[in-house]
Design a protein around this ligand. Sequence first.
Ligand code: UD1
Ligand code: UDP
Length: 376
Amino acid sequence: MSNRIGIAEYHTTMKPITHIVGARPNFMKAAPVVAALAAEDVGQRLVHTGQHYDRVMSGVFFEQLGIPEPDANLGVGSGSHAAQTAALMVALEADFVANPPRAVVVYGDVNSTLAASLVAAKMGLPIVHVEAGLRSFDRAMPEEVNRVVVDSLADLLLVTSPEGVGHLVREGVAPERIAFVGNPMIDTLLENLDRMDPQSVRALHGWPGRYAVVTLHRPSNVDDPKLGREIVEQLLRLSTSIPLVVPLHPRGAERLGSFGLVDSATAERQIKILPPLGYIEFVSLVRGAALVVTDSGGVQEETTILRVPCLTMRENTERPITITHGTNRLISPAQLAAAAAEVLDGTHAVPTEGPPLWDGEAGVRIAAAIIGRYRS
Ligand code: UD1
Ligand code: UDP
């Protein structure tokens, strides 16, 4: 596919395409889309809701990925689901009234994605959903509720994985509004791969030679005291076979800390607890790992491309392609030791073929789909 899209008729005086980002995983997905639309001189606005606000959860990604400074930061911050979603909606409505968008582009499945979609739908603005069609079929997961609602409101549904098309069609979405475009998060990974040197990051921080990376933040894992304690117990057990490097999301740090993980992180336990890392540092660390233990959506995808064995501590995944075409395996905490032993023995099977269209060109395909639908 050509990188250039003929959009001579696209006037810069038109209302902008407005991107909504707010939480850590949004930034890597938006970066290639913003860049591909900029390359075509499409008028854009980038609105940061402020759902995530610490430098390590937000600012560092703009710096490292060269994402333009947001046109607005709504500073909404943290809260319960209702309080946060309501505050996001109030702030986004004011922003859309002051700066009417041509279309609103939302990413993934976080509360900022949901709030922007509800506001846009009520204002009659077309919604473009990047990463449409993913389903865990687990409504206990807040992100699944967000996915279903956003996809029911979206005008253009851009799908990262082929099974997503089937999910949407079965839910009654007209096929002409769906496009299978590939995975923009993987664009960002491939674009930055030559900056990711596990050796130098390890040397800089004094991390061990052979290690496992652990990231946990899902409420289903870290908010339930019984499960949280079991996870901590299993991680302590795993740390006797391989050193663990654990960059913890603030939610995971608070909860797993209260269940004893942080106190247990002594030298002889071989557990290194870290704050959240910048993208380049984190992916470099993952690239050099013998094993990753996670409940992150994005990390399941990145390990698939990096061919690093991934054990996902969840009962389900909305990203089954990372199992059929990648290195991912779902495990319970009780299965961690045996599954890790298989990886470390070299018997963890990995399919040879990666997911279709995770090729670094998703941003260009997404830009083409947006321009094609909203150019006049
Ligand atoms: C959110 C998303 C989740 C995503 C995750 C990515 C929703 C419903 N959930 O979960 O899908 O996987 O982001 O990281 O949108 N906090 C800080 N600093 C920050 C941001 C948050 O300390 O910069 C703390 C606050 O105590 C806050 C808590 O983290 O209450 C949770 O933040 P929130 O954005 O509500 O949800 P996440 O767990 O981050
Ligand atoms: N990530 C990062 N630093 C970290 C942990 C994760 O840069 O310390 C990146 C990771 O490489 C991926 C994204 O954050 O690109 C995933 O975000 P997160 O796990 O917060 O959310 P999810 O994907 O589960 O919604």
